[in-house]
Design a protein around this ligand. Sequence first.
Ligand SMILES: C[S@@+](CC[C@H](N)C(=O)[O-])C[C@H]1O[C@@H](n2cnc3c(N)ncnc32)[C@H](O)[C@@H]1O
Length: 293
Amino acid sequence: MSTTLPLGRPTALAGAHPDPETPVPYAFERVQRDSDGGEVARLEAQNLLFEKARPLDQLPPTPRDGAILDLGSGTGFWSARLAARVPEGSLTCLDRSLELLALARTRLDAPGGPRTAFLHQDLRALDLPERAYDLVFTSMTLAHVRELGEVLARLVRALKPGGWIASFEPVQQARRFSDLHPPCPNLEFLMDRLLDVVEGRGSDLSVGLKIAHHLERLGLESTELRDYGSALHGEDARVCIREVFLPLAWAYLRHRWEPGLLERRLEAAAREVPAPHLWLDFRRAVVLGRRPA
Ligand SMILES: C[S@@+](CC[C@H](N)C(=O)[O-])C[C@H]1O[C@@H](n2cnc3c(N)ncnc32)[C@H](O)[C@@H]1O
């Protein structure tokens, strides 16, 4: 099932189930194509904004020679930061996108870091060693898996006794995961339509709460759900709208809307952005749980 990638060589996704062609809620290649190649930059901008809330400070300590798995590692943004926690240990990136695994590999290819491994796997058919990891980490990935309970049970088995799961995933209080002040009606309208599509594809923006429930049921200790986020102001809020929200709206809505209509709405939304005192509340949750020792 698992493929440890040789450098840069494309490898077919192993395993008979699931069919790699089966649509998944978030398929990087689809979003990358629909955003005219802008999805890597969007993920980067989004993560840089979230990093302002210092979510890594919430993670439990990991032994210097410990083992970390970054599930749905994407561009390797968080993997690179997690590597610093285990300089004498190992870091494993897992993703279904070969292009993203290659990017993560480039990012982690610095001398002096931990041993690295790159697993080309589908979350829906995980093939992981048992009792192997001190920390299993995810960011914006469990929101895109419908088989949440099975995936989490598999991840718990992959944890060493005493090891932790930590997730940065959305937790939705209201339907929209961000609040804007002053209100930006065109942008908010676009965001609502965007969320229709995201949820229609099967992503779950309230997954944080469900992860916490599953982890408790699976017998993890110290299960916690900590809401966190950035209150973005002024230029940061504008960056979030220009580099995260508007590109997302374009990528997700362009094939659903008559183009002229979408372009006019995007322009109207972009005109709202320069408001001098714009505030944007950008929220996620950190979910934590420890396998009993
Ligand atoms: C929104 S991106 C987040 C990437 C990264 N964790 C971050 O925070 O920047 C979701 C990631 O999950 C991966 N992914 C989505 N569905 C997957 C699946 N069924 N199996 C494996 N990886 C999957 C995508 O390829 C992508 O890298």
